[in-house]
Design a protein around this ligand. Structure first.
Ligand code: F6P
Length: 360
């Protein structure tokens, strides 16, 4: 990758459309597959590709751009993280943020920008498109909570990691007759917890959408013991607020540029484990899967869909469909307005949670 600290000048302009690509928010497996798909589709069409470094940070200040050719996206399909870097910089919170972004798009001669991200990154993309910027989006978040789309880059890999962790934790829980509390990511929604818990055979899954009280968890554990199960695996999403659990409503005072508190510092899993041990007398341990859920190689499913939505985003950019993004609907790639995708969070439906409860 040819790196340049200074914005690309007009003399660098090549034939075809000059397309920028950025990745914002938390990293997720499959981001590189999406970057590769955007770049390879663009290069095959005679367009040129510019990487914007570190999400919206690269479009603010002096701008941070890098010219990308085919060798730059070679060998990255299976890599975790993002070769472009990421950040949680929010231009909407900066005074003159629009002018800054527009100015940098102009100085880099970008005629299109593909923003790959979750609700925060895509909210900025929608806002910029509404100000007239040539922006399209791509759905990414291991939380899987964007509206309209059935798929977000990184979710399948995260579920896979949780499933494998639960398989491993089962052996310790069973051997030591313990309660194992497993904290997984999920700020406002419990997609990773429910699907990872279902696939990994969790004995209880606690998610933000369906409140559970501490008393109910204690009763459930006691019932399991009475029925002869001398160990239990409880999966809890990091954003859960639980009646009866002290301090569970507290959020860390550290917040990011989008106003989200850092849930990894909240320690909901450890709090639950401590209270359960006190209340039940059962030996209890906690495992926080944390950033392992966002790290490492993407699954085949993530690679394939990241490739499909990445290529589709290039198509949207070629057609000047600003403010739009590819989504997955009924198993096929479709198109939606970015604004609709970020309008609200997609929450775990009752029927899926009820299915998980059958195995509690
Ligand atoms: O990307 C979404 C997410 O994984 C949330 O589930 C989590 O709370 C958050 O990112 C934490 O990310 P970071 O600590 O990198 O800001």
């Amino acid at each position: 990758m040819r790196s340049s600290a200074t914005p690309v000048s007009a003399t660098d302009r090549e034939s075809g459309v000059r397309i920028g690509v950025l990745t914002g928010g938390g990293d997720a497996p499959g981001l590189n597959a999406a970057i590769r798909a955007v770049a390879r589709s663009a290069l095959a069409a005679g367009d040129s590709v510019v990487g914007v470094r570190n999400g919206w940070a690269g479009l603010t200040g002096d701008g941070d751009f890098v010219e990308m050719g085919r060798p730059d996206v070679s060998g990255i399909l299976q890599l975790g993280g993002t070769i472009l870097g990421s950040s949680r910089v929010n231009p909407m919170k900066r005074e003159g943020g629009t002018a800054e972004c527009m100015g940098n798009l102009r100085s880099a001669n970008l005629e299109a920008l593909v923003a790959i991200g979750g609700d925060d990154t895509l909210s900025v993309a929608a806002w910029l498109a509404e100000q007239g910027a040539p922006v399209v989006g791509v759905p990414k978040t291991m939380d899987n909570d964007l509206s309209v789309t059935e798929y977000c880059i990184g979710f399948d890999s995260a579920v896979h990691i949780v499933t494998e962790a639960l398989d491993r934790l089962h052996t310790t829980a069973a051997s030591h007759h313990r309660v194992m509390v497993v904290e997984v990511m999920g700020r406002d929604t419990g997609w990773v917890a429910v699907l990872g818990g279902l696939a990994g055979g969790a004995d209880m899954i606690i998610i933000p959408e369906f409140p559970t009280s501490l008393d109910e968890v204690v009763e459930h554990l006691d019932r399991r013991r009475q029925q002869g199960s001398d160990f239990s695996i409880i999966v809890i999403a990091e954003g859960v607020e639980m009646e009866g659990m002290s301090g569970a409503g507290e959020r860390s005072s550290a917040t990011d540029a989008f106003g989200h508190s850092q849930l990894s510092k909240r320690g909901v899993g450890e709090r639950l484990a401590t209270m359960l041990e006190d209340r039940t007398g059962h030996e209890t341990r906690t495992t926080v899967l944390g950033y392992t859920q966002r790290g490492g190689s993407p699954t085949a499913y993530d690679r394939i869909w990241a490739t499909r939505v990445g290529a589709a985003a290039h198509q949207l950019a070629s057609g000047a469909r600003w403010g739009m993004m590819p989504v997955v609907r009924c198993g096929s790639v479709d198109t939606a307005a970015i604004r609709d995708v970020v309008a609200e969070q997609r929450r775990v439906p009752a029927d899926l949670y009820q299915l998980a409860q059958v195995f509690f």
